[in-house]
Design a protein around this ligand. Structure first.
Ligand code: TRP
Length: 454
């Protein structure tokens, strides 16, 4: 949400805010990351744990971030400094960690977003016409991600788009467009899910998604479910602090926050309802990992009337959903340089996105283009390491510290007052003081000690 900050303004309406915050939350995390982590960690049991974390940790941290942001009216570093009652303002380091994390996430997120553009171009040129077997789409995917020119180039294209939007020029336009396009995307996902669940053999996919087998749940799965809950809601690094700072005083935060959490979770489940039935129906249960969505989707388009047009619309809308997420990531880093370092918006946008591009290159090249960056770094590719490090570990740490700050340092009473005195205020207080910090700490320590997160 760059326009309000550029003009020192605020969101005009609650719906404007909900759309911007939902735009940040809904993205590749729902459509790309959720299905493949669910696949990796055994299905329904993982999904249940994920939903549990959304409710017990996600919603409380989301409300904490929004109230910290609105109470201070500042970027994450400035926000902690403004609300920290201490002399030394040490808590602003949490904001600093958030800014770094935003940069780290953007660097690999832009690579995946670039893949969606690659697939959009293929869809436009009719590559999927006549249907594709999962083997064929798998081959196409492998070719695209192993092509250095294409992956690096598309990451650059995506970062450039993000920079142009955050620079302020078209941000009003993208928000207005997103308000129309997001409901369209939602409707499309419903149609796709409707088709997927009626494919022959789809029931095996539904069982995978909804019939929990807790024996498949590992500590690494629990850590990833926590990371996924935070990642999907854009929590743990100050994106929602930054958006909260643009929110008018009269808005009631709990309503806005809870609506965003519900939308976001619904969309992830919808994505699962498309991917797993389609996957099992195609008999391609071997397809897994970061390529899952890209391999499975082409197989389903030709099972729909006007499938080709559907394919084009799907990738276009996914790219827009990714763009409203990358906007929020870049916005946090830019808001820091503008608010704390006194840079001009223009300078901050170009320097940050340029640096981010340099960080994106090794991730882009790690998927087959350059050997040394592949699965030989700690047994994972460079991109996977970035994803786990920033997307799980750093977000977990950030969310823990944000909860502790809201619950113990700034204080539950002040936060609840900022939220407009909500009925469940006492429950929220227990969540940020005890449930979130202890829960996150236990999960993180356990998985770090066992190096299970890799
Ligand atoms: N939530 C977004 C998604 O699901 C990604 C994202 C945007 C994000 N901003 C964030 C993740 C801030 C963590 C923190 O695609």
């Amino acid at each position: 949400m760059s326009a309000p900050s550029a003009q020192g303004g605020k969101f005009g309406s609650r719906m404007g805010f909900i759309f911007a915050a939902a735009g940040s939350a809904i993205g590749l995390g729902n459509i790309w990351r959720f299905p493949y982590t669910t696949g990796e960690y055994g299905g329904a049991a993982f999904v249940l744990v994920y939903i549990g974390f959304v409710v017990l940790i996600g919603v409380p941290v989301l409300l904490a971030e929004l109230s910290i942001g609105r109470a201070s009216g500042k970027n994450p570093v400035g926000a902690f400094a403004a609300l920290d009652p201490g002399e030394k303002k040490r808590w602003s380091l949490v904001g600093g960690l958030g800014v770094l994390t935003g940069f780290g996430i953007l660097s690999f997120y832009a690579v995946i977003a670039g893949w969606t553009v690659s697939f959009l171009i293929r869809a436009l040129s009719g590559t999927f016409a006549g249907g594709m077997t999962p083997e064929q789409s798998g081959e196409l995917f492998t070719d695209i991600i192993a092509s250095p020119g294409e992956t690096v180039g598309m990451s650059a294209v995506f970062l450039l788009l993000t920079a142009l939007v955050v620079r302020g020029g078209v941000s009003g336009g993208i928000e207005r467009a997103a308000k129309i396009l997001m409901p369209v995307f939602f409707l499309m996902l419903v149609i796709l899910a409707g088709r997927a669940v009626t494919l022959p053999g789809a029931d095996a996919g539904l069982r995978f998604l909804f019939a929990p087998d807790f024996s498949k749940l590992t500590p690494a799965g629990v850590m990833s479910a926590l990371g996924q809950a935070l990642f999907s809601l854009s929590l743990g690094m100050g994106a929602m602090i930054t958006y909260g700072s643009y929110l008018q005083k009269k808005e009631r935060l709990p309503v806005a926050g809870i609506s965003v959490a519900i939308f976001d979770t619904l969309i992830a489940i919808l994505a699962g309802l498309i991917i797993f039935p389609a996957l099992f129906s195609a008999g391609a249960t071997g397809a897994k990992g970061p390529g899952l969505v890209f391999v499975v989707m082409p197989a389903i388009f030709d099972k729909l009337p006007a499938g080709q047009a559907f394919g084009v619309a799907f990738y276009a809308l996914l790219a827009v959903a990714a763009l409203t997420s990358t906007m929020s990531l870049l916005e946090v880093v830019v808001a820091y340089f503008v608010g704390q370092r006194g840079w001009s918006r223009e300078k901050a946008v170009w320097v940050v996105s340029g640096a981010c591009f340099l960080m994106a290159v090794p991730s882009a090249l790690s998927q087959g283009a350059v050997d040394g960056l592949g699965a030989d770094v700690l047994g994972e590719s460079f991109l996977d390491i970035m994803n786990i490090l920033w997307g799980n570990v750093a977000l977990g740490l950030g969310a823990l510290l944000i909860a502790v700050f809201a619950g113990w340092r700034w204080g539950v009473n002040k936060a609840v007052e900022e939220m407009g005195g909500m009925p469940g205020g006492a429950l929220w207080g227990i969540a940020v003081k005890y449930v979130c910090p202890i829960g996150i700490a236990v999960i993180m320590i356990y998985s770090l000690v066992n190096w299970e997160f890799l």
